[in-house]
Design a protein around this ligand. Structure first.
Ligand SMILES: O=P(O)(O)OC[C@@H](O)[C@@H](O)c1c[nH]c2ccccc12
Length: 271
């Protein structure tokens, strides 16, 4: 069993347990449930913004502990002040040290699109995502049959939420792309082997139809790499560890975005 298979097997167990504890009727009573969805598509493509989706991630199976002391309130507010377009909040507890509470806190303190970063295998988790204040859910091609992925995407749509489809290669893209998807993310990290390369994004970008917003995910640690990805056609950039490994993730995001803007401006003036 590779790590992704193990995470997914555990996720099915976790969801079954949650379902028996908290019925969807109760989730639908949450104060966030009827809140207006803030569009990830719109914020990521806003030319006034950086396109960066800044992630709150305490630990990961590939890196172990990344940041054991960061406050989600302080970091999420700081990320947005630094110029991020949106937030990604890990809610998986077992492997990533996140929680639904983290996302609720981020929601309480920020008006911006929030991606629920988790391993969605059941409609229940999409209702749950809405009930904690998320605007967008992640669907991972490597973890879902294409028919199931499509029905989950349509279900999210029916709740007014947006869908980020995550792929790692051309085959996954071909089998999983459907009309319920809003954004396509190319994960530079192979979730089965943990290998990371930005080339994954650069090679796949032209295969993504232009009707989808294009996101490059993982392993981005240099504003120059971001420039390169932007030039190749990516609209958005999902960055976690590079910020979270700092004792002040929000400051790291500020410095990164400042440098990115400087590079972009100097290229414009050279052109
Ligand atoms: O921390 P990084 O290398 O900047 O990556 C962020 C994000 O892309 C990564 O956390 C991620 C991408 N897809 C996922 C699926 C599940 C959990 C986590 C992820």
């Amino acid at each position: 069993m590779n790590i992704l298979e193990k995470i997914i097997a555990d996720k099915y167990r976790e969801v079954a347990e949650r379902k028996s504890l908290i019925p969807t009727k109760l989730l639908e009573k949450s104060i966030f449930y009827d809140g207006k969805v803030v569009s990830m598509k719109k914020y990521v493509t806003d030319p006034e913004k950086s396109g960066i989706i800044a992630e709150f991630k305490r630990k990961s199976p590939s890196k172990g502990l990344i940041n054991g002391s960061a406050s989600v309130e302080q970091v999420s507010i700081g990320y947005m002040q630094a110029g991020a377009s949106a937030l990604s909040i890990l809610t998986d507890q077992e492997y990533f040290g996140g929680s639904n509470e983290d996302l609720k806190i981020a929601r309480k303190f920020n008006f911006c699109p929030i991606l629920r970063k988790d391993f969605v295998v059941d409609e229940y988790q999409i209702i749950e995502a809405k009930s904690i204040g998320a605007d967008c859910v992640l669907l991972i091609a490597a973890a879902l049959e294409s028919e199931k992925l499509k029905s989950l995407a349509n279900f999210a749509k029916s709740l007014g939420m947006e869908v980020l489809l995550e792929v790692h290669d051309g085959e996954e893209l071909k089998k999983s792309l459907n009309d319920g998807v809003d954004l396509v993310g190319v994960n530079n990290r192979n979730l089965k082997t943990f290998e990371v390369s930005i080339d994954t994004s650069l090679e796949l970008v032209t295969a993504i139809p232009d009707s989808f917003i294009k996101i490059s995910e993982s392993g981005i640690s240099d504003p120059r790499a971001l420039m390169q990805l932007k030039k190749a056609g990516f609209d958005g950039f999902l960055i976690g560890e590079n910020f979270m490994k700092s004792s002040r993730p929000e400051q790291a995001a500020y410095n990164f975005i400042k440098e990115f803007k400087r590079l972009a401006a100097s290229e414009l003036s050279e052109a």
